[in-house]
Design a protein. Structure first.
Length: 397
């Protein structure tokens, strides 16, 4: 049985969890408030909730440390970004020193309003709110909190919609140095992520004889392996051959590197943004980003008639939502839809030269005959053809 105890002017409560005694300050000088807290704790124990005397005392700094540990032990590549930009750069200055149990939905909305006033995008704020949500989830799982507040997410209206038409792609590619021409060619055909999947390629992943490039499992964003067979694609084959010739030239010069894309001293190419931006502006395509190749590759595969399941395996998309998000519809699909509509319209309408309506009546007759109806002679009015549907004499209406 639990009990309330008074120590000085403050009331404490004592209760038992799995035979282990717990004592917790009620932080009040009123006995009735302490008794309410004791009943709440006993009720939580009866429900099997993970209760301890430290529950509710978790501070933001400790919750942030738990979040970063979760990212670290799960090997998430965004660890450094979350630590520097989200936790230390955004959340900690606002919530530092606060107990997590005291953070309410109103506090979160005040934080959002402050970030919006500083002109941060909704997408950026949502990443920060997601981290805060995760902190509360981990705290509840660990029994350090009993509940978490409602954290509303913002609507993001910054979805990328850029595509490269063939002439635009050629214009940009021709204004890049040879190595980067090979890079964008591979991105144009595969739709792979430039920074994390193409720039990290090593020659052990390229089978030049079979004409295959492999992405190892656990190296992609969704952690699935991927294979692209480029044999038969003239541009990709030429790009790989050119990169291999460059690799052999560097090897002869004493620069040993396993990387497909590297600088003259063998270092990894982490970004080519300045060259890319200049090339896009010179080609008359300002504002384009390398990720536009991802959308372009999906659309090109769709236009080529490649089944969606195969296209998703090539580009690495796990769900069909990418086709809905990119709003991809080929011209052939639209043409086929028009042909089907015309075929349907031709069944129920005459032509401009079919003023007698005889052909139209025959078509309508086939449609209604099975229902025991017949089409009477048309009444012709300027610009219209009118028919009447009547019961067949051979069958009762």
């Amino acid at each position: 049985m639990g009990q309330v105890l008074k120590r000085g002017n403050v009331w404490w409560i004592r209760y038992y969890v799995n035979g282990r005694r717990e004592e917790e300050s009620a932080r009040t000088d009123k006995k009735t408030e302490a008794e309410k807290l004791l009943k709440q704790r006993e009720g939580d124990v009866a429900k099997g909730l993970p209760i301890s005397a430290k529950i509710g005392r978790l501070r933001f700094e400790d919750a942030a440390a738990d979040l970063l540990n979760d990212y670290k032990i799960n090997g998430k590549r965004s660890y450094e970004n979350v630590k520097s930009s989200v936790v230390e750069g955004a959340l900690e200055p606002w919530f530092r020193g606060r107990r997590m149990a005291s953070i309410t939905t109103a506090d979160v909305r005040a934080y959002v309003a402050d970030r919006q006033a500083k002109a941060y995008a909704n997408a950026t704020i949502n990443r920060e709110l997601a981290a805060l949500k995760r902190m509360f989830t981990l705290a509840v799982q660990a029994g350090k909190l009993l509940q978490r507040p409602y954290i509303p997410m913002l609507i993001e209206r910054n979805a990328r919609k850029g595509f490269f038409e063939r002439d635009q792609f050629d214009a940009v590619r021709n204004r890049l140095p040879p190595m980067y021409q090979a890079l964008v060619t591979l991105a144009y055909y595969t739709g792979w992520r430039v920074n994390s999947e193409i720039l990290t390629l090593e020659w052990r992943q390229v089978d030049r004889q079979a004409g295959i490039i492999r992405l190892e499992p656990e190296t992609t964003k969704n952690r699935d392996g991927r294979v692209f067979k480029y044999a038969g694609l003239t541009e990709v084959t030429a790009a790989i051959d050119g990169l291999w010739a460059r690799h052999e030239a560097l090897t002869k010069a004493g620069v040993l590197t396993p990387l497909v894309f590297c600088r003259l001293k063998g270092q990894r190419v982490r970004t080519f943004w300045k060259r890319w931006k200049s090339a896009c502006e010179a080609a008359g395509c300002p504002g384009r980003i390398p990720h536009d190749f991802r959308r372009t590759a999906v659309r090109n595969l769709n236009r080529a008639g490649v089944p969606e399941t195969v296209a998703m395996k090539i580009t690495g998309h796990k769900t069909r939502s990418v086709f809905d998000r990119y709003d991809i519809t080929s011209e052939e699909d639209l043409a086929e839809a028009s042909r089907r509509l015309q075929a349907l319209a031709g069944t129920f309408s005459g032509t401009a030269t079919d003023l007698s309506g005889d052909t139209l009546r025959e078509r309508l007759s086939k449609s209604v005959r099975r229902k025991g109806l017949v089409v009477a002679r048309p009444g012709i009015e300027p610009g219209t053809l009118r028919f009447s549907i009547q019961p067949s004499k051979r069958r009762k209406a």
